[in-house]
Ligand binder design. Sequence first.
Ligand code: GLN
Length: 544
Amino acid sequence: MATNGELPIEPHKTFDTILVLDFGSQYSHLITRRMRELNVYCEMLPCTQNLAELSWKPKGIILSGGPYSVYWDDAPHVDPAVFELDVPILGICYGLQEIAWHFGKNVLAGEKREYGHAFLKVERHEGGSGSGHVDKLFQGLEDDMEVWMSHGDKLSNLPPSFVTIATTTNAPFAGMAHQEKPYYGIQFHPEVTHTPRGKHLLKNFAVEICKAKQDWTMGKFVDQEIARIKALVGEKGQVIGAVSGGVDSTVAAKLMQEAIGDRFHAVLVDNGVLRLNEAAQVKETLTEHLGINLTVVDASERFLGLLKGVTDDPEKKRKIIGNTFIEVFQEEAKKIAAAAAGSSKAGEIEWLLQGTLYPDVIESISFKGPSATIKTHHNVGGLLAGMHLKLIEPLRELFKDEVRELGTNLGIPEELVWRHPFPGPGIAIRILGEVTPEQVRIAREADHIFIEEIRAAGLYRKISQAFAALLPVKAVGVMGDKRVHNQVIALRAVETSDFMTADWYPFDGQFLKKVSRRIVNEVDGVCRVVYDITSKPPGTIEME
Ligand code: GLN
């Protein structure tokens, strides 16, 4: 049975932590992001979290927005113990309404929805009655602020003991504060960039009101994480993990190497559908530059053998590659384990490294409504099922750009740190139709030229993902005065901030001309190049 390792050192026990209780708003994770940008450590849990089960105490709690109405019978509510914990609370949108509901049951549907920009007027109380904390949320901010709203419900009146600290024409209770306790509610969303001064407000809450230290830095994280891995794995423990040449698995592997040296075994499975020269390049970077103990398994023939004859079922391709990957990895793990068992200085392999990031963690724990079921990580199930290993996930508290910062800190080459994402099934899903060694050659060579030109034009970092795909059709061309009947390459390049939606990149004509000319001249078997001008949605980023 797979178990998650008991972590001896946890960030929320060493850093002052703000806890976000999530009611399912699409912006909840942004609150966490903003806090971390302020160097305040922040974690998110579902709004239904039972506080008695928490083994640590947050410095403050933020109740997020959410799609429900607090007055519905099946609306989600926080554990009332939140109000007994004696820590500051900030409610955002639904969170404000939740506080109002807790204290006064005074929320109802508004006459009109308010969505978009609004002008906020701050009301100061000069110390308020009592502790003088009510003005702190808007401390240092202008009296008139631009804010962003997204709500349909409203407070009918203030709950007892609260005062108004901000208004808009449509929302007379756009901000409220409790007169004795450090409880605040705001109807607008400070976490979105459309509220220009939102970050300052969040800083007021975390730093001025909760007194959280701004000590969440990458350097400290690295020291902590290395200490944690050492304590977890012990003097002799061994860890195995797959690497792909992508930023997440490389950063995770480098961290393991720093913590336990050669007792971490990295495995790169060459599935025959990696990018051009990729296996060799990854090997060089990981072993020579980063000192990681790496085994490369060349299983390309096995993969390509199994892919033979699969013509028009992308899901089948994905399954074959996924399952074969698990088989190959497990076989290799057995060999490494047998070799380790023979060595006197090493123990058994007990751990599996996984490069899970915080968005995956959020995805599996975030609140999806009263009937929500908790999702398990899609990419680890298969590996863990057949192996008696415990999971170690050193990046599970980090966002992607934090991982990049960490990678840079650990001395991983810039080129790798900023690499475009690459799908697990590799270029097999960029070759539409049957994957044969010849098709792999064509797709790889075309892709290599495209990426080379993108880099040369200084566009690589601007574009989020780019690749060449091979279409399953032939077109007529004329090359060297001879009629040819050859294949078609489709180029795809997109810009996106979150990969949920994406737009195609508007290259200039000269650039496309050059790429097209190079591909038809240099890649045997191609006589035409087209550019994919489909956004996501309706397209996906990959072709299959
Ligand atoms: N559903 C609530 C409303 O419409 C809260 C919305 C929100 O949190 N964004 O007012």
